[in-house]
Design a protein around this ligand. Structure first.
Ligand code: SF4
Ligand SMILES: [Zn+2]
Ligand SMILES: [Zn+2]
Length: 322
């Protein structure tokens, strides 16, 4: 409390200890936008010719990302994947409430951007919950892995079919550092090899994927949304409760408290080490195309998504174009 903006000496809205920098609202917005633009350029994430699709969840990160990209002059549209998560105790389901926030923001930028909504149940006849709960008794872990698979598949498919050249997600530094910690704790080398700021496109149909906010702390993105006046869903998905990634976030936060900059160092030194050859013989897996949906896959025959959808009780013959 009581910090003054370093640029104008006005009252600060945030003090970023890791940068020894306190800023007022206007200068904080300017700082975030300037550093996002530099980060995008440095890592060759996109240029103004690209057609960008932002994966929007209704949360602070993805809505802020969409807003920043538009303010920086990029052609950025949004997409919301309606997962049909509607069994939490609140009056309206989590997915419905998230969609309302996404819709409200999309409406506020409708003169500059388009917004797509993909209703998983509408397209595939089952919600994510129903799809994930087939087979052996479902645990949260199983649900999240089905949910992640469906989101990855559908975002790539939609971006490809709608002619977008880049798919942007709102992962922040806390997300990335927690994933890295989880992978490192379990020596998940294959996941570590794939953890990157930019995943290139492929001839087999993978759309380029980028994370333009990965240098910002979660609290910075929350501050950005608040200062910029972007309403967002504060609640987490009911299935994230007890997730190990939240535990890693807590550990990293307590380390950060004792030594500011820990998260930045942990993640960016990892990326540097990768560049210097941490995984010397890394060859990206060869991909073919799924014989059912045409999406890129390392599997022969059906991709993991089509196999999941095709589990007993459901066929995908009725897929309609979203
Ligand atoms: S926490 Fe919720 S949104 Fe995230 S992967 Fe799990 S089910 Fe999906
Ligand atoms: Zn200022
Ligand atoms: Zn498939």
């Amino acid at each position: 409390m009581g910090y003054r903006c370093r640029k104008c000496t006005g009252q600060s809205v945030i003090n970023m200890r890791q940068h020894r920098l306190a800023l007022c609202g206007d200068h904080f917005i300017e700082w975030v936008q300037k550093h996002t633009a530099e980060f995008i350029r440095k890592h060759r994430m996109m240029d103004t010719e690209d057609r960008i699709l932002v994966a929007v969840s209704g949360g602070k990160d993805s809505l802020s990302l969409w807003s920043i990209l538009l303010d920086l002059g990029y052609q950025a549209d949004g997409i919301y994947i309606d997962l049909g998560i509607d069994w939490d105790l609140a009056e309206t389901g989590y997915s419905k409430r998230s969609l309302d926030y996404a819709l409200a923001f999309a409406h506020s930028v409708s003169s500059r951007a388009r917004f797509h909504v993909l209703d998983v149940k509408g397209v595939y006849g089952s919600s994510v919950k129903e799809i994930a709960s087939r087979g052996p008794a479902g645990a949260r872990r199983k649900f999240c892995s089905a949910c992640g698979l469906i989101k990855r598949h559908e975002l790539n498919r939609m971006a490809r079919e709608l002619g977008y050249t880049v798919l942007a997600t709102g992962h922040n530094l806390d997300d990335e550092a927690a994933v890295l910690m989880g992978n490192a704790m379990n020596w998940e080398i294959d996941y570590m090899k794939r953890q990157a700021l930019v995943l290139p496109s492929s001839d087999t149909g993978l759309i380029k994927k980028v994370k333009p906010l990965a240098r910002f702390y979660e609290r910075e993105m929350a501050a950005y949304a608040i200062v910029k006046g972007i309403p967002y869903i504060v609640d987490e998905c009911p299935f994230s409760e007890g997730a190990t990634s939240l535990g890693y976030k807590e550990i990293l936060n307590s380390m950060e408290k004792n030594s500011s900059g820990t998260k930045l160092k942990f993640y960016f030194e990892f990326l540097k080490a990768k560049k210097k050859g941490l995984f010397p013989n890394h060859v990206p897996p060869e991909l073919g195309q799924c014989e059912k949906c045409g999406e890129p896959t390392g599997a022969t025959g059906l991709c993991a998504f089509c196999r999941l959808i095709e589990r007993p009780g459901r066929s995908i013959d009725h897929i309609t174009q979203a």
